[in-house]
Design a protein around this ligand. Structure first.
Ligand SMILES: NC(=O)c1ccc[n+]([C@@H]2O[C@H](COP(=O)([O-])OP(=O)(O)OC[C@H]3O[C@@H](n4cnc5c(N)ncnc54)[C@H](OP(=O)(O)O)[C@@H]3O)[C@@H](O)[C@H]2O)c1
Length: 240
């Protein structure tokens, strides 16, 4: 059966790989993002639908509903990133500190909250919500890590609310993952080596690794897994 999958931030990196993974099953995929050109290029490549939508803007998220079918099977809240990269530096200016923290909250928590709230009535019973968190949510990275931790905590509420309908809600928390725009121009060979050395597998994450975990959580095999955080990081962070 072909399903409808909505992937926020699906134009690049992990989101693009997620869309590609579901397309391989013949699913209908809708990808969102702020840059029309990037989105349309990816949608044409994958055979999906592109909808320009800034996930932090309630009105744009409401308009996204007009572009979606009446039933959505899987929502992947992937849009996000560390807005501290390129942000104003101002530890001694509390107004700057406030803006920087709110930017990471908006980008990594509010995007998921607005999309999930808007799409809840459209999600089919037995469907799935998967949020993309981060290793930073467990390990800390300023306002970015705090936002990803908030996302994981809020996931408990989503899972509780959707559980009676057989809809699961989980977080996939990647470690360092290559082939994305996440680091912009900040990744150096030394930093990359450090991140590889921190894994037990001595390899960087690939976007397909993250997409596979998300695809699994949205599959029939994962119908009894909900309210969890699944870390995909090559052993860079362990859970017990
Ligand atoms: N790469 C890593 O090592 C890593 C590690 C842990 C977690 N993550 C998480 O993985 C997710 C995907 O990131 P990525 O690594 O694939 O980096 P990426 O290539 O930069 O992808 C992020 C995507 O999100 C979209 N986006 C950002 N803000 C948005 C907004 N307000 N509304 C709609 N779309 C928005 C971007 O498109 P537009 O700019 O066009 O809007 C972009 O396509 C993020 O949540 C990130 O925090 C990444």
């Amino acid at each position: 059966m072909s399903r409808t999958i909505v992937v926020t931030g699906g134009g690049t990196g992990i989101g693009k790989a997620v869309a590609e993974r579901f397309r391989a099953d013949g699913d209908q995929v809708v990808i969102t993002g702020r840059r029309a050109e990037v989105l349309e290029k990816t949608a044409a490549e994958l055979g999906g639908k592109a909808v320009v939508c800034d996930g932090t803007d309630p009105e744009q998220v409401r308009r996204l509903l007009d572009e979606l079918p009446g039933e959505v099977h899987v929502l992947v809240n992937n849009a996000g990133g560390n807005t501290d990269f390129g942000a104003a530096d101002g530890h001694d200016d509390l107004a700057v500190v406030k803006n920087n923290w709110l930017a990471n909250f908006d980008t990594n928590v509010l995007t998921a909250v607005l999309a999930t709230t808007a799409l809840m009535p459209r999600l089919v019973d037995g469907g799935a919500v998967v949020h993309v968190g981060s290793i930073a949510g467990a390990r800390g990275a300023g306002s970015y890590g705090a936002a990803k931790a908030a996302l994981a905590t809020w996931n408990q509420d989503v899972a509780t609310e959707l559980g009676p309908r057989g809809i699961t809600s989980n977080v996939v928390a990647p470690g360092y993952t290559a082939e994305t725009e996440f680091f912009q121009d900040r990744m150096t060979p030394d930093r990359r080596n450090q991140l590889l050395e921190a894994t037990m597998l001595r390899r960087e994450g690939e976007v397909a690794d993250i997409a596979a975990a998300i695809h699994f959580l949205a599959s029939p095999a994962a119908r009894h897994i909900t309210a969890q955080v699944l870390h995909v990081n090559g052993g860079a962070l362990t859970t017990r």
